[in-house]
Design a protein around this ligand. Structure first.
Ligand code: GAL
Length: 923
């Protein structure tokens, strides 16, 4: 049966290129040209003893110091470079004959993957998920497999922080030889008359059997409550090493629809049977929903008109770079939902699968975007990759093929777009395709009119003219706003490189939040908006540069702490009354001075009180909001919001005392001890009376004990150069965040905080014991691959000390001893000799190494560096272990094994793996 195992654990990592120049002797060059013979860090043997052990997802870039001199502003002043990863792992003998594949969900940016001494895959986009088969090249039993990855993150694809390394999850999948192909399930429910739905299923079944196989595919649909609500069965025959695509259709009456409010998810359980037995089974989540677009009235979900209230987002988060634990994707989507947002543009990339899972579960529409505008074979492959991976997600409602491409308004761009769109059409005709344009929309021979929706990035002034020219062309604000604000800051200060929070500053090509939403909301034909951006992100610190290292565009900062505009969107996007006061009330020293204060509200009238005295009462135009200059007076500033004369909301700002302690708010009450879960812990300064002190900037120390560790921290300050992997951080305008990552165990987590003028405080987060999802452990054995053997037995016992010429291929034969007994030695007499060399630096002497022969027999003598270490007549294959003594680090360990043969012997020779094993194994 199918197994999906995490490959995230215990990789060895080296930052920077390794290897230097390899020896160019004939035997190295010759051997390297052969399958499995690769030398260097991608090969089987490499000294990775000193490499760091890391866990995936892993992003090395944000861990590096900020570098003004060499760093690029767009990349957040972090260097990228080259990195190497290696993971050794064993596969059970019982895995022989299974189909084995490795999936990488994302590596930034260019990756070369090596498996057991050969290049097995190359990938050229940092946002693409890819997989490859390793069945034919895998070793089973004791001999470890070596998966190595060279990441060239010098190659960039964006103008923002992209991270570097294996920053998404990695998996090993084991299936029967008859199995559902990679991405072989497509569920495409289509609504028929009234409430009747056809669930169209496409199942691709592959076989690596040597004979044709007759098989059955059984599809079962489970509703959100896990009841079986539909079934379909079909049969077919698949030829050897081939695949068959089966179509099934299961009718369902009145399913629970997937909607943004009620994201009902169904499960398709697809089973493949051979000779009546289930040999493979795969669950796919999907949803029943319709989408429709209308040039006049926009987007319809389940025939309900929905104004798209979206945000554009890059991938990174405070503390973790782009290597987000799965839970953090959900955290971010929830913050956006709470703001009233219903759509997410993965700008400008194909997102992590877990992000789409979160959008499915939480009810968030997604614009799935391709990274590279490229119609070459590689470019089309990237488009195909996006669609075959994502088309089962009900949340994905549109595909974007490009963002702001200089060719967008040209005949070449037009042809490219058509080619790319055709790939989508072929694989998924159900979703509209667009491009996000920042010009060229009026060109006759450009791309604007061959899109299903024309994406406008900014260009507010061009909507009308375009509409007049193309009245039938649906139109969306694929990117809007680009307003600037700094969380918790109310004074615009160019010197300090901060913005205020009154929705006034914006990029020259952008609009304020209010201007943009007014235009979009008052034009039915504009399908909606994707605001640049939901969250601040590292890099592109527009308009500032150093010391600013991340943007000021976000509605939230890099931690997901809301800026004031968050409440403005709530006012625009939520029905319920929203009333928020823009400004704190801690202006000590400015008594009597006018202080700018603003509303973010959807109430139609607001009254303002200073220390209980009515200051003003005004009606509020939602698109304008209200602003006052209020003479400062310590105490309490209160606003009351009215709808149709009725008090519906109240808000306060207090003059607080200084920070007296911390309010520690984990985003959920329990952490699972499964080694995967994560918890976001938000930390805020409060005064003696427990009121938030949004002006506090104290330095806070923290530590963590129990079944978890602090994966990283942040405070959302775009100008901070503090490290994210740290045990202290300054509050930024009252807040900081740490991300606690679970390790497998059940010991409750105790977080201890202390800080400047703050008492020590602890918070215990209960850890709930949980099964660790299955994973592939890493092996530490060092396999000795380089064995040479004398080709023919010789009558006289060879001299173990004699100088030998291993390049003489007529005397010496390279042999892979792990494949067992060599039939050529049957019924022979005389002697054979084996030789292998191992560099001393490969061995960790601190860990009591042993030289292990997994299976050896005959009249055995083993010499190490010329010294006889073992001599024994062994009748049956036996495992032996010899202690390895330290020797000079520049030396080679030369192993010579002489085996005396006799025609009566069963299986003389080295008949199994030889490895250096250290006593202390990793878990
Ligand atoms: C857009 C671009 C985004 C970002 C933004 C900043 O032109 O698509 O990636 O650079 O500007 O305003």
């Amino acid at each position: 049966m199918r197994e999906r195992l995490s490959m995230n654990k215990d990789w060895l990592f080296h930052l920077g290129e390794v290897g230097g120049k390899l020896s160019s002797t004939h035997d190295v060059i010759y051997g390297q040209a052969k399958a499995g013979g690769l030398k260097g860090p991608g090969g089987l043997e490499w000294n990775d003893n000193e490499w760091d052990m890391v866990q995936l997802p892993h992003d090395w870039s944000f861990r590096l110091p900020f570098d003004r001199e060499h760093g690029v502003a767009d990349f957040g002043y972090k260097n990228r470079g080259i990195g190497w990863y290696r993971k050794k792992f064993v596969l059970d003998e019982q895995d022989q004959g299974k189909q084995l594949s490795i999936q990488f969900d994302g590596i930034a940016t260019h990756a070369t993957i090596y498996f057991n001494g050969s290049v097995i895959h190359r990938n050229f986009c940092g946002y693409t998920s890819f997989s490859f088969d390793i069945s034919d090249r895998a070793f089973f039993g004791n001999r470890p497999n070596v998966l190595a990855v060279r990441v060239n993150a010098e190659e960039s694809e964006g103008w923002w922080y992209e991270g570097a390394g294996i920053y998404r999850n990695c998996w090993l999948t084991k299936t029967d030889k008859l199995h559902i192909a990679e991405r072989g399930i497509w569920v495409n429910p289509q609504k028929q008359a009234d409430k009747l739905w056809q669930t169209n299923i496409e199942a691709t079944v592959r076989s690596e059997y040597e004979q044709p196989v007759h098989f059955t595919v059984k599809s079962t649909i489970l509703d959100p409550q896990q009841n079986i609500v539909g079934e379909g069965v079909s049969e077919s025959v698949v030829e050897p090493y081939d695949q068959v695509k089966l179509q099934q259709m299961i009718e369902l009456n009145d399913p629970q629809l997937w909607d943004i409010e009620h994201p009902h998810l169904y499960t398709l359980k697809c089973s493949v049977l051979k000779d009546g037995l289930v040999v493979d089974e795969l669950d796919t989540a999907f949803g029943y929903r319709t989408i429709r677009i209308c040039p006049d009235t926009g987007f319809y979900l389940n025939e309900r008109p929905i104004k798209i209230k979206g945000t554009c987002n890059h991938q990174d988060h405070a503390g973790v770079g782009v290597a987000l634990p799965d839970e953090l994707h959900a955290y971010r989507i929830k913050r956006l939902k709470e703001m009233g947002s219903n759509a997410y543009r993965a700008a400008h990339h194909n997102p992590a699968p877990e992000l789409l899972d979160a959008c499915d579960r939480l009810g968030m529409l997604v614009m799935d975007e391709n990274r590279n505008f490229d119609s070459s074979e590689e470019g089309l492959k990237q488009v195909e990759n996006m669609v075959t991976r994502d088309r089962n997600h009900p949340s994905v409602v549109m595909y974007s093929l490009f963002n702001e491409e200089p060719l967008q308004g040209t005949p070449i761009g037009r042809k490219m777009f058509k080619w790319m769109k055709n790939v989508i059409r072929r694989l998924d005709p159900t979703r509209p395709v667009l491009g996000a344009m920042n010009g060229g929309v009026m060109e006759d021979e450009g791309t604007a009119d061959i899109m299903d929706i024309t994406g406008f990035n900014y260009m507010n002034g061009a909507y009308e003219a375009f509409r007049a020219k193309h009245p039938q062309q649906p139109l969306i604000g694929s990117e809007t706003v680009s307003a600037f604000s700094t969380r918790g800051n109310y004074v615009y200060d160019k010197q300090q490189q901060v913005f205020d929070s009154f929705d006034e500053q914006r990029a020259s090509w952008g609009n304020t939040v209010r201007e943009s939403w007014k235009t979009i909301n008052t034009h039915d034909y504009i399908m909606g908006t994707f605001v640049w951006t939901g969250f601040d992100y590292r890099g592109e610190p527009t308009p500032y540069q150093w010391p600013s290292v991340s943007t000021h565009f976000g509605i939230m900062d890099t931690c997901g702490f809301p800026k004031d505009s968050y409440y403005l969107y709530q006012a625009f996007w939520l029905e319920e009354p929203v009333l928020h006061i823009v400004s704190h009330w801690n202006w000590l020293g400015l008594e009597g001075q006018p202080i700018k204060v603003m509303t973010h509200t959807n109430c139609d009238e607001v009254a303002v009180y200073v220390n209980g005295r009515l200051f003003d009462r005004q009606s509020v135009d939602i698109y304008e909001q209200q602003t006052w200059q209020i003479p400062y007076e310590p105490g309490t500033l209160t606003m009351e919001g009215y709808r149709a004369g009725k008090l519906v909301a109240t808000a306060h700002q207090h003059t607080t005392g200084s920070a007296a302690r911390l309010k520690i708010e984990p985003h959920k009450s329990v952490l699972l001890g499964d080694g995967r879960d994560a918890i976001v812990v938000n930390v805020h300064a409060v005064d003696e009376q427990g009121r938030y002190v949004t002006t506090a900037n104290n330095l806070v120390q923290f530590s963590c004990e129990g079944s978890g560790f602090i994966a990283g921290c942040g405070n959302g300050n775009p100008n901070s150069h503090e490290a994210d992997i740290a045990s202290s951080r300054k509050l930024f305008n009252g807040s900081l965040q740490i991300i606690v990552q679970s390790v497998h165990g059940s010991e409750n987590i105790t977080l201890t905080f202390s800080g400047e003028n703050l008492p020590e405080q602890q918070l215990v987060i209960p850890v709930q014991a949980a099964v660790e999802p299955p994973y592939v452990p890493s092996a530490r054995d060092l396999y000795i691959n380089d064995w040479f053997v004398t080709q023919e037995p010789q009558a006289d016992k060879p001299d173990p000390h004699a100088e030998v010429d291993l390049t003489n291929m007529n005397t010496w034969e390279k042999v892979d001893v792990s494949f067992g007994f060599r039939e050529s030695l049957k019924n022979k007499g005389g002697y054979i000799m084996y030789r292998a060399q191992l560099a001393a630096e490969l061995i960790q002497f601190s860990r009591l190494p042993q030289l292990m022969f997994q299976a050896i027999s005959g009249n055995v003598e083993i010499y190490m560096n010329g010294k006889l270490q073992f001599a024994q007549m062994i009748e049956w294959n036996t495992e032996i272990a010899l202690s390895l003594e330290p020797f000079a680090s520049d030396e080679q360990l030369a192993i010579v094994v002489i085996i005396g043969l006799h025609p009566d012997m069963h299986t003389p020779g080295i008949n199994g793996t030889v490895s250096v094993r250290n006593e202390k194994q990793s878990d």
